[in-house]
Structures are given as structure tokens and as C-alpha cells.
Design a protein around this ligand. Sequence first.
Ligand code: PAF
Length: 281
Amino acid sequence: MEIIREIQAMKEWVRAARKKGETVCLVPTMGYLHEGHLDLMRMGRPLADHLVISIFVNPTQFGAGEDLDRYPRDLPRDIELSESVGVECIFHPEASEMYPPDYCTYVNVENITSGLCGASRPGHFRGVATVVAKLFNIVEPDIAIFGEKDYQQLAVLKKMVEDLNMNVQILAHPTVRENDGLAMSSRNKYLTPEQRKNALVLFWTLKAARERVKQGERSAAVLKSEAATMIEQVPECTIDYVDIVDPVLLTPLERIEDRAVMALAVKVGTTRLIDNMTLEA
Ligand code: PAF
């Protein structure tokens, strides 16, 4: 297992592999790895000759007052876990390496970033697109894998790759859940045991909506209002958004005609959690 902290060294590592005609799969992460991340790595392992992950808590995707400073970190544990699923190389740069003081270039994916998390976290996707574009330029992966829990992130990155003609194939991995349904997230660590129980309302709400669509409900307004009622009943839960959107364009839908995605962002105490589920008519 190699841990590379410099951009130049990472480029050289990848060039050596490329020279031999070998392929690279990248799983970008912010570390504090959980089973969800490890599943992305397990998926990536057989898809390329080399499996590289990045661990970088990217400052440009955090807004003022968000959790950049307290975002959980545990590099020794991350190294052990990633090694156990066949990762060969971790790219773990310093923020000053990625963003030197004179840094001034950003990637802005428009339209699909205007709703959902883009509305409540201004600048977030500009930071995500920028760092992922940089990671793609540094690691030059053939394949990159992202989780569907961050549904909008996945859509934004697919659009960026399409629009900027990047030579990487983006693959999605389904959301990995705890046994009781809570979507895995590094931020679950912030929850008290009581909040951890309350946080299950995200999964239950999505499941209930999916069931209502199966039973014939087609009105997004009705489904959203039922979802909001469920969430508001749970202590310490405050809705950031409850939305039903087109699976590709992420535009709000009025009716579920075919496939739609219900996406939720809920603050449980001070921890903002997101989750989503496909609704099929
Ligand atoms: O999903 C994440 O962990 C981050 O947003 C990503 C894609 C690694 C970019 O910093």
C-alpha cells in the first residue's frame, strides 16, 4: 500500500502504470471510511488493473459555519480498511497542495445544481466539481465510482464529465444501509444514540412514499406533504427539503409518471443527513 501526498508523485505513479497499458479505477473519498466506501472499493477492485482511492477533506465544498473543522478523520484506520479490500494506493494531499494561495479556478455545473442540496448549500457543488476535476486530472482514472446516497453529486459529476469531455467512466454504487435502514455516512458519527434512532425517519419516509406510489398515488404534492408530516413528528428532526425530481435532470416533478427520485435532507439535532430513493409508477 502506498500513501502519496504530492500531486507530482501521484501523477508519476499513474504514468508508470499507464506506460504498461494498465488501467486505473479511482474511488474519491473524504476519509473516515465506512462499509459504504468499502463497497465502492470492492466494486472497483475487479474493474481495473489498479485501485486508487483519494482521502481529502475538501475545504471548497464546505460552506461557512459547516463542519469542515470537525469532519471526522482517522487515517490509520482508513489505511487498514482500504488495504483489506485491495486498495494499492491512497492519494492523501494537504489542502495547501491542492489549493495553493494563488488558486483561482473552479468548475461550475449549472442548472442541476440549483435545487436540492445546491439550494441549501450554495457553492457546495462548485467545490465538489472542482476537486473531482482536479482528482481526475491528477489520477487520470479510466473509471471512478461514487455512491448513490449523494444522488445530486453523482448527477452533477456525470454532467461535468459529459460536458467537459473527460475520459473517465463514472459508475454508481447503490446506497449502502445499516441493518435498520439508515444510509451509511461519515456524519452518522455526530448522532447521539437517541438521534441515531430518530434519524431512521429518513429511511421510513422514503419507504412509505415508495409504497404509496406502488399503491397508485401519483401526486408529488401529496407524497411530499405526507413525507413532511412523518418527519415533523419525530423529535429533533427539521426538514431542509423534501423533493421529488426527475432522475436525470433533477427538475421538480408534479406527477410520478414513470420513474422519479424522492430526495430528503433533514437536520437531526445539528447533523444534516440526506437520503433518496427511486419511486416507480
Ligand atoms: O462524496 C464525497 O465524499 C465527496 O463529496 C467527494 C466526492 C470525495 C469530493 O470531495
